[in-house]
Ligand binder design. Structure first.
Ligand code: ATP
Ligand code: MG
Length: 172
């Protein structure tokens, strides 16, 4: 790509991670190399299995220790997140992908899992030919300001509020 842009999918409505998965599938279909990193998550998610089916056009790695929004050991989760951001930075600056998704990076950032300013620095200093997508509720103001595209998913209704917890294949 000649020029990549920075996307942020945030807000409390459903669709942030699935939008990033959809974009990744589209990019892979068009022959772009995708790196899909998931913070806060560890274990089989439908998207992990599905993206693996796309072969070497997509690399998926998880940088979490528990399920999102409910880390069992926050200190371990923070360490895993920092290591994940280091890994993402290495992939990014080695030119090994055209599209990089950092799923739930906004959540990890809002929990202060990363070094202060580290996510913002990655956004600002990324190679300009990489499309970078950050997902997760609670995106920071400076990250929002640095992005080229911000979509806020707004929960007009969400069945979570009726007690429907995450379901395999639909939410993970
Ligand atoms: P999807 O992966 O379906 O695209 P998303 O990425 O937009 O959704 P997240 O913010 O990552 O959604 O939400 C993760 C999980 O949080 C959801 O699976 C849902 O079960 C749960 N959830 C939804 N609303 C709330 C809420 N108000 N408080 C806490 N957890 C919620
Ligand atoms: Mg999500």
């Amino acid at each position: 790509m000649d020029h990549g842009y920075v996307h942020v999918y945030t807000g409390d409505g459903k669709g942030k991670t699935t939008a990033a998965v959809g974009l990744s599938v589209r990019a892979a279909g068009a022959g772009l190399r995708v790196f899909f990193g998931q913070f806060m998550k560890n274990g089989d998610t439908g998207e992990l299995e599905a993206l693996h089916l796309l072969g070497d056009r997509i690399t998926v790695e998880q940088f979490g220790t528990g399920s999102e929004l409910s880390a069992i050991d926050p200190a371990a989760d923070a360490r895993a997140a920092r290591a994940g951001l280091d890994r993402a930075r290495a992939v990014l600056f080695d030119g090994r992908c055209d599209v990089m998704v950092l799923d739930e990076a906004n959540v990890a950032d809002s929990l202060d899992y990363f070094e202060p300013g580290a996510l913002l620095e990655l956004v600002r200093e990324r190679p300009e030919n990489v499309e970078l997508v950050l997902t997760g509720r609670g995106a920071g103001e400076e990250v929002l300001a640095a992005a080229d595209l911000v979509t806020e998913m707004r929960a007009v209704k969400h069945y979570f509020n009726d007690g429907v917890v995450a379901r395999r294949g639909i939410e993970f």
